[in-house]
Design a protein around this ligand. Sequence first.
Ligand code: HOZ
Length: 431
Amino acid sequence: MIDKSKSVKCFSEAQKFIPGGVNSPVRAFKAVGGQPLFIDSADGAYLRDIDGNEYIEFINSWGPMILGHKNPMIQEAVIKAVQGSLSFGAPTAREVEIAELICSMVPSIEKIRMVNSGTEATMSAIRLARGYTNKDKIIKFEGCYHGHGDSFLIAAGSGAATMGHPDSPGVTESVAKDTITLPYNDLEVVEGILVEASDSIAAIILEPVVGNMGCVLPVNGYLQGLRELCDKHNVLLIFDEVMTGFRLSRGGAQELFGVTPDLTTLGKIIGGGMPVGAYGGKKEIMDLVSPSGPVYQAGTLSGNPVAMSAGMAMLNHLNENPDIYESLEATTKSMAEGIRSNLNDLDLNYTINTIGSMFSLFFTEKPVVDFESAKSCDFDLFGKYFNEMLNEGIYLAPSQYESLFVSTSITTDMVDKVVAANKSVLASLLK
Ligand code: HOZ
């Protein structure tokens, strides 16, 4: 057994001063029945905890550390920016450069506004959609997670589902009534609602590939079908690409699937891992944002010079090295194939979903295509599996409702280690 005593002590201290001992719920390991590790540092594909244990990791700050930790290029950019001060609350040329770069990389984005988190991005995007269409309601899908804005904490995935509160107390009835929740991957049900009520619906928001009920892919034609329905019924289509943006391809899921949303929300990857979010889309819609238009949204730390510099280094690198995506996909596929062949030798119900560098192993025999099927997993087995993998030095996402993210720092040897650990852990759990 590895020594986690410093983490144990830190967690007990943390619980005195921080609700649940953590600043974001999934990290508490509550769903897997364990004890959270307190991280000291990370390098490449390795996380190091305060007890000095090292783990090959697949969280990567929930996506943005696509180049692994301590990337020298990004660190250099940050150090240089810090030397010029931490924040101005006034415009910088760097914001213009990164806006131009993002507009050139993401097909649907003609104008973009920086904010500080994915949550801010989605809250602002639906306000804008309401301002543009003069309609109040939005459609979201069960198990999709769009941050912790009130309108989205209804049938929400990620930590909300993990903690057993997909509908959060504190969200007023009057807010909740403006969010229509529907099952993911079912076009017919969307069409039914739009035929009935499109006069009151401003936008459909979704994760084009879901990362927050585990990794769940859109079925063939689903994204195209939503695009057509939105056009037909005068409803905006918003892709929440906080997880998929710059991860599935340079232009995100929208480029991969060839479907152009009206608005896109982006997250921490555009800050190279620093706290950043953004929303962007068609000029005609974005020009309604203040000060060019009346839809208000603001923030002193928006476009922060340090975060913009880190993001610029990251995005330039991804833009100039598109082969990264093929190699990330190859690594992820080889891990998935190794695990599949292990599991076929065991008496175990499972489903693997993978796309690009996103990956989920679900302990269910059902294909996982929506929240209902994700809920059918054996969560007890997942908790045991997670903790045993941790003991083997492999840090997975501490919830069945989260995707794994592969970074370019994962080597073939590491994949072999993960596949071997997966086999021995599951064989012993199923004995
Ligand atoms: N809700 C995040 C993943 N989908 C987890 C955030 C965190 O704990 O950092």
